[in-house]
Design a protein around this ligand. Sequence first.
Ligand SMILES: *[C@@H]1O[C@H](CO)[C@@H](O)[C@H](O)[C@H]1NC(C)=O
Ligand SMILES: *[C@@H]1O[C@H](CO)[C@@H](O)[C@H](O)[C@H]1NC(C)=O
Ligand SMILES: *[C@@H]1O[C@H](CO)[C@@H](O)[C@H](O)[C@H]1NC(C)=O
Length: 342
Amino acid sequence: MLLLPFELFAVLLPGADSEDAFQGTTSYHIIQITSFVNSTWAKNQGSGWLDDLQIHSWDSDSGTAIFLKPWSKGNLSDEEVAELNILFGDYIFRFIGQIQAHASASQMEYPFEIQGIAGCELRSGGSIVSFLRGALGGLDFLSFVNDTCVPSPEGGTRAQQACILIMKFRGLIVTGKKLLFETCPRFLLSVLDAGKAELQRQVKPEAWLSSGPSPGPGRLLLVCHVSGFYPKPVWVMWMRGEQEQPGTQHSDLQPNADWTWYLRATLDVAAGEAAGLSCRVKHSSLEGQDIVLHWRQPISFASIFVAILVPSFILLLGLALWRMRRRPCSHSFPSFYLYPVT
Ligand SMILES: *[C@@H]1O[C@H](CO)[C@@H](O)[C@H](O)[C@H]1NC(C)=O
Ligand SMILES: *[C@@H]1O[C@H](CO)[C@@H](O)[C@H](O)[C@H]1NC(C)=O
Ligand SMILES: *[C@@H]1O[C@H](CO)[C@@H](O)[C@H](O)[C@H]1NC(C)=O
C-alpha cells in the first residue's frame, strides 16, 4: 500500500498581486520514482521542480536534499531543511518497507515501478492548489481530492484497497496535510521570490535553417531551429510574406542543459515552392523585433563542384606544374657546391 505523506487541498491566499511578477512559473512539485527490482532491492529517485525546471535532487545515500540553485532553499531555515531531510528519508525508508511487505499479498510481480507527484500551484487570482497523485507501472493509480484518497479506475481493486489502507494512517495524513497545506504554498512563494532574477530573465533565441530528410520525390523538408531562449513561450512559423503556412509542424519543446529551450518548426513543400518562404520567430526577449530567416536554396552538389572542386583542382594542377618546373633548377646547383674543392 502507499504511504505518501501528502494530501490534497486548496488554500486561498489573500491579496494576489503576484501574477505578473511570476511570468508563468507557478508551481512547485516533488517527483518520486521508486523501482522495486526484487523482494529485497529497491531504488528511489527524488527531485524537486518549479514547473519544468529542476531545483532539487535527492541524495539517497546520505538521505539529504541537494539544492541545485543558490536560491532553491527559498526562505526555509537550516533547521527546517534538516527536519525535512529527516522526514523524507524516514518516509522513503518506510514507504519501501511497506510496499515490499505488502507486495506478495497484493500479487505484485517484480520488477515494478511506483511514481508519485506532489506539490502546489499558484492559480490566477492568487489561490494555491495542492495536489498529490500516484502511478503504478506508468498508469494512474490514485490521487487525493481535498483530503480523501481516490482510487483511479486504471488501478482496479488494488488501488481501492490501497486507498482504504492509506486513510487509516492518520498520523501520516496529518503530516502530509501540513506539508502540502502549509509548507508547500509558503515555500512556493518564497522560492519564486528568491529565484526571481533567474526565473524572470529573458534570453534571446538563436535561429537557423536546414533541410531535413526529403519527405518524397520532388519535395523538401524545411527545418527552422530555434534554440537557447527563456522563458518557454515562443511562436515559430513558416511564412510566405505575411502569410502563415498552416502546414508548419512543431517539435516538442526540449530543454537545453542551461535552463533554456529548443524548438524545431518544419514545413514539407514541393521543391519548386521553397523560394520565398521564411521562418519567423516571436519571443518576449526580442521585444517585438521578430527574427525572420529567408529560405535560400541549399547549394547543390553541382554548384559545390563548380565553386570549390574545380578551382582547387586548377590550383593543384598549377602548383604541380610550378614544382615540376622548379625541380630541375634545384638539381642544377654546380656540383662543387656540394663537394668543396680541395
Ligand atoms: C535483488 O537484486 C539485487 C541487485 O540486482 C541482487 O544483488 C540481489 O541478489 C537480488 N536479491 C534477490 C533475493 O533476488
Ligand atoms: C474540501 O474540504 C473543505 C474543508 O475541509 C470543504 O469545505 C470543501 O467542500 C471540500 N471540497 C471538496 C471538493 O470536497
Ligand atoms: C517565507 O516566505 C513566505 C512567503 O513569502 C512567508 O509567508 C513567510 O512568512 C516567510 N517565512 C519566513 C520565516 O521568513
